[in-house]
Design a protein around this ligand. Structure first.
Ligand code: NDP
Length: 392
């Protein structure tokens, strides 16, 4: 691919977590009009091969691998290029600090918080996919967005939909925001059937092709719980104004109900390239290869109440948001530990919500006053969650 560095119109971009599902979709869009972008930095955790291939193809100035043990492998893979190679958590932070106008924050989990804040602190436009950041440090992060004059654009399809139809000039006119949920692969399973589902079944999402962690979150519906907390921080609404409806076709991505009875929604094919393109082109719109929505071909759209008994995670997340302070930080950390334990076959599917609930019960929540506290609580909650899981 030809370098686009000379074009004065090229938008400078950095992708934190470029080797993941959201990162690859972002590069797919960039690769369709490469002359419009200049790639400053790409980052990954372990995946040297894919990172090196991307850095080479997109002529990135920097390639950063979080795992320091992979530094030499990345250096060797890019030895014949001008790409600057670095490794470690500090290098990840540095990558976010490099002067790219637009940063995609698509690292999975609380690990993305530090580099995302680094991009926010230099007033960048940050496309936020990494919802765990907002869940574990929402108030602090939003305060930093305001303090540093950064622009936060929601990538999550639900929040992106709301962002498109929310009247930010008249938030008092909004009655309710409704997040739609596909319900995941087990929407029709009984509790008994859910007990024995495997990681492979849980990551096989019916509508979306995503990374393993968010796929499991979708299957437990913790994803919708995390999104509820994300929505609470992104939009000027109270917790009681956030509703969830199961919509298995994933065509309506979310909606805003106004006091006059009007409901504004954003619809589209379930393809992450649509919300990513919205953020990449913002405030304009750009072409995507996504399938065009033809409602006639779909025929029917369904809506159901989420079942609180089979999808406990939703109620646990709502309660954590209601308690506030450190509770969402604990929820997020415990959930990350539980999801990976499930993926590694150490606990059953239903144990995920159980262990999160028990971890929350074991640590008393307190007001969240600073970032240092976020990191300390995150660490403590992970240790408690591991202990809880060990006793199952
Ligand atoms: P993936 O697991 O596919 O990718 C995660 C990316 O983050 C990879 O580049 C990975 O590198 C990197 N990474 C993982 N752990 C670390 C770490 N500790 N330090 C630095 N980098 C790390 O995730 P997704 O793309 O599916 O999701 C990313 C985020 O976007 C999540 O927060 C998810 O909830 C959110 N999201 C995802 C959607 C989707 O369609 N996938 C939709 C909406 C939101 P490596 O490849 O080397 O492991």
């Amino acid at each position: 691919m030809a370098a686009s560095a000379t074009s004065h119109k090229a938008k400078t971009v950095t992708i934190l977590g470029s080797t993941g599902s959201v990162g690859c979709n972002t590069l797919d869009l960039i690769g369709r009009t490469p002359e419009s972008y200049e790639v400053i930095a790409l980052t990954a955790n372990h995946n040297v091969e894919k990172l090196a291939e991307q850095a080479r193809k997109f002529n990135a100035r920097h390639a950063v691998i979080a795992d320091e043990n992979r530094y030499q492998a990345l250096k060797d893979a890019l030895g014949d290029t001008d790409v600057e190679v670095s490794a470690g958590a500090g290098a990840l932070d540095m990558a976010a600090q490099l002067p790219a106008e637009w940063v995609m924050a698509s690292i999975v989990g609380a690990a993305g918080l530090r580099p995302t804040l680094s991009a926010i602190r230099r007033g960048a436009t940050v496309a936020l996919a990494n919802k765990e950041c907002l869940v574990c440090a929402g108030d602090i992060m939003m305060q930093e967005v305001r303090d540093y004059g950064a622009t936060l654009l929601p990538v999550d399809s639900e929040h992106n939909a709301i962002f498109q139809v929310f009247d930010f000039n008249r938030p008092q006119d909004v009655d309710l925001i409704t997040l739609t949920a596909s319900g995941g692969p087990f929407i029709k399973y009984s509790l008994e059937e859910m007990k024995n589902v495997t990681p492979a079944e849980a990551v096989a999402h019916p509508n979306w092709d995503m990374g393993a962690k968010i796929s499991v979150d979708s299957a437990t519906m913790m994803n919708k719980g995390l999104e509820m907390i994300e929505a609470y921080h992104l939009f000027p609404v109270r917790l009681e104004q956030i509703d969830i409806v199961v919509h298995p076709q994933s065509v309506i991505h979310s909606m805003v109900s106004y006091q006059d009875g009007s409901v504004l929604a954003q619809l589209g094919a379930p393809d992450m390239r649509i919300p990513i393109s919205f953020c990449l082109g913002w405030p304009g719109r750009i072409d995507t290869p996504a399938r065009k929505l033809r409602l006639r071909e779909i025929g029917q759209l369904d809506f159901l109440e989420p079942d609180p008994e089979r999808f406990r995670a939703l109620a646990i997340a709502r309660e954590a948001l209601h308690i506030g302070g450190t509770a969402p930080t604990i929820l997020n950390a415990a959930n990350e530990v539980a999801v990976y334990a499930f993926l590694e076959g150490r606990i059953g599917f239903l144990d995920i919500a159980r262990s999160v609930e028990e971890t929350l019960a074991r640590i008393s929540a307190s007001p969240l006053t600073c970032l240092k506290m976020v990191y300390a609580i995150d660490e403590e909650a992970r240790a408690v969650a591991r202990d809880v899981i060990g006793k199952f």
